[in-house]
Design a protein around this ligand. Structure first.
Ligand code: B1M
Length: 223
């Protein structure tokens, strides 16, 4: 069993999605995270084992490498896609409650902003670390965040912005969320965002990268 879990972890780290994917060249024609995860479930691995012993540690390694500039966005995207291809097989189990999620994370790119590559990476990493992720998409106003929070009052919220102009909309959204849901934790991120800005607008946490957001969320449930 450990053998197949190690293989899945290796595929995620290497960005090997499925048998047809050409990358990485050294793994051509080999099964990827997609087929191996299906096989692991068929052979009796539990979704939690696959998540905790293969996908989450592998994405953790990738996230840390990215934070240390040892790998770059294309490699991280491939790893994220490999992980997503595995998650497709696990999702039905999470939905039926056979695997327990750590909590719910609502994420969106703020109003006026259409950049979603970083936001998608954050969403995938957080989903891979065992959270239910509700991805509201791009150009998201306070109203949409508030509606989503009303449906999931215990959720933690993540805001992404890539433009110095739309970063200002974070302030409006954070203020309106905190007015109605004072205990809702809000994480913010995106290229122009800083720790100072986070403190200034009253958000709870700033992370420059997906792994920081994952670590913060996990620390919230472990305390
Ligand atoms: Co835009 N764009 N863009 N763009 N774009 C930037 C951001 C810009 C810096 C380019 C430049 O001028 N050098 C500049 C912003 C300048 C500024 O405000 N300071 C800019 C501009 C000006 C614009 C337009 C206004 C251009 C125009 O139309 N004149 C326009 C705005 C459209 C809009 O949003 N309303 C525009 C449009 C676009 C495209 C649509 C063409 C495309 C977006 C495609 C897409 O996302 N689907 C695009 C792109 C690709 C970029 C660049 C080149 C790359 C952004 C990216 O995806 N980076 C960007 C220049 C650059 O960054 N070098 C640029 C990779 C991604 C993985 O990183 O998103 O930073 P990032 O996410 C990181 C972290 O920030 C963090 O984790 C991620 C992984 O480490 N993170 C979080 C992100 N969200 C987080 C949330 C968290 C935690 C961490 O917790 C919740």
């Amino acid at each position: 069993m450990n053998d197949i879990l190690n293989k899945i972890a290796h595929c995620v780290e290497a960005g090997k999605i499925n048998k047809l994917s050409a990358y990485p060249p050294g793994m051509k024609d080999q099964e990827g995270a997609d087929e191996l995860t299906r096989r692991a479930l068929d052979e009796g691995c539990s979704p939690k084992e696959i998540l905790d012993m293969a996908l989450v540690p592998a994405m953790g390694i990738i996230g840390n490498k990215f934070s240390r500039n040892e790998i770059y966005v294309p490699q991280m995207l491939l790893s994220a896609r490999a992980m997503s291809s595995a998650m497709v097989h696990l999702k039905p189990f999470f939905q039926t409650g056979q695997a327990i999620r750590k909590g719910t994370f609502i994420i969106g790119t703020v109003r006026g902003d259409l950049h979603d590559i970083g936001k998608n990476l954050v969403a995938m990493m957080i989903e891979g670390s065992g959270w239910e992720v509700i991805d509201l998409g791009v150009d998201i106003s306070s109203d949409k965040f508030l509606k989503a929070i009303e449906e999931k009052p215990e959720a933690i919220v993540g805001l992404s912005a890539l433009l110095t102009t739309t970063m200002e909309n974070m302030k409006v959204i954070v203020t309106e969320i905190k007015e109605k849901h004072v205990s809702t934790k809000i994480i913010i991120g995106g290229a122009p965002v800083t720790h100072e800005y986070c403190a200034k607008i009253g958000a709870d946490f700033y992370s420059p990268d997906p792994q920081g957001a994952v670590d913060y969320l996990n620390q919230l449930v472990n305390n």
